[in-house]
Design a protein around this ligand. Structure first.
Ligand code: SF4
Length: 213
């Protein structure tokens, strides 16, 4: 059984899969409170569904790519069975996690999009740094950056932990409407960082407050 906030079909807005059609399975609940969180509605809104019901809803869409997100998806025990069953059905599965829960049990065929929380989120003290040791070559690391201090934190983490050699991509995403992407682009270029500037594509296609996209 899982508590599901929403399941919808849209355009993937983030990661190296940005721009591709994708089915999103958003799980309810999160034990962090990032200052810039854009999915606060997922903290407690949701309904219980069996794994069979969730799989049936995903299978209504003819789409290879499925992202499991939240909230914090790794809070619910049955998320591991969900990932396994989707992989067994031939889906390409991504899981986006806040980085404070262990990724140890995420199946090897699933791509982890691992957040590393920067100080501006108010939750940097919750990072589970052992998750960086657990990265597999196909996983991706994401920093949401609010200001120059967050950028310098992200830069230091990615260099100190040699993330470019350990993950498929390092994503640097400016907080939408707070940090000008031009500033972040300039900093990345000036430092020749091995990072990818990530804009949340869905927020440019639709109104940034639109749900289910
Ligand atoms: S981890 Fe994600 S869902 Fe939880 S508060 Fe932070 S941004 Fe929001």
């Amino acid at each position: 059984m899982l508590t599901i906030n929403e399941i919808f079909y849209s355009i993937q807005g983030e990661s190296t899969f940005a721009g591709e059609p994708c089915i999103f399975v958003r799980l309810t609940a999160c034990d962090l409170r990032c200052s810039w969180c854009d999915t606060t509605y997922a903290f407690d809104e949701g309904r219980k569904q069996t794994l069979d019901e969730v799989i049936a809803e995903v299978e209504r869409h003819d789409c290879r790519l499925v992202e499991i997100t939240g909230g914090e998806p790794l809070l619910q025990e049955d998320v591991y069975s969900l990932m396994e069953r989707l992989v067994d059905r031939g889906r390409t599965v991504l899981v986006e996690t806040g980085g404070h829960r262990s990724t140890e049990r995420v199946p090897s065929d699933v791509t982890i999009i691992l957040d590393v929380k920067c100080p501006g989120s108010g939750e940097a003290h919750r990072n589970d740094w052992r998750n960086l040791e657990r990265l597999r070559p196909h996983d991706q690391v994401k920093f949401v950056i609010k200001d120059r201090a967050d950028y310098e934190f992200a830069r230091d983490v990615m260099l100190r932990h040699r993330l470019a050699a350990r993950a498929a991509a390092i994503l640097c995403s400016p907080v939408h409407g707070v940090l000008d992407p031009k500033d972040l682009a300039g900093w990345i270029l000036a430092d020749r960082l091995p990072a990818r500037l990530q804009l949340q594509v869905h927020k440019y296609i639709w109104d940034p407050n639109t749900r289910g996209v």
